[in-house]
Design a protein around this ligand. Sequence first.
Ligand code: URA
Length: 193
Amino acid sequence: MTKQTEMAVLQEMIVANEVCPELRRSATQLVMGAGSLDAKIVFIGEAPGKNEDEQGVPFVGVAGKFLNEMLTLAGMNRDEVYITNIVKYRPPNNRDPLPNEKQAFWPYLIRQLQIIDPLLVVTLGRHSMEYFLPGKSIGQIHGQPKRIQFGDKKIVIVPLYHPAAALYNGGMRQLLMDDFVSLPTILDAATRQ
Ligand code: URA
């Protein structure tokens, strides 16, 4: 099976298994992810917002534009990375995803990562970080690569601030941009490990 087929099957499973039926009813569509299935870096946000829900693509609103700018700053573009969210339906009124919603989607996120098999997983904000690095504080560890056991292999997690949180906060914005610029070096080190 190609990676494209595997991802399409996974998408069908989310619907067939009725993951978060209430969110599904209030959302326009499932926002699975976008980018290259051969990406070396996967970015994981929290959940689709209004624009993402309408277009079926993650990070296409204001936070997405900022994310695009930072990717450019780091010498990357959206086609060569993969971008997704932990929760794949828009929560009503853009509220934070609930713990049970994150829990329900977690196995599918894991499967998505197994299909793509990246070297680096970049979490955007605490909602996706807390599952990979439980009990950690983003203020203390943002930008620092952490090697974790993931199934039968090790992967590197880089926890970053969420672009929407950093957008209008001068200090955090600069920290996030600095962390982004260091991603190619972290990827390089992960490639040689
Ligand atoms: N914020 C997220 O976490 N994900 C999106 O897709 C858009 C905004």
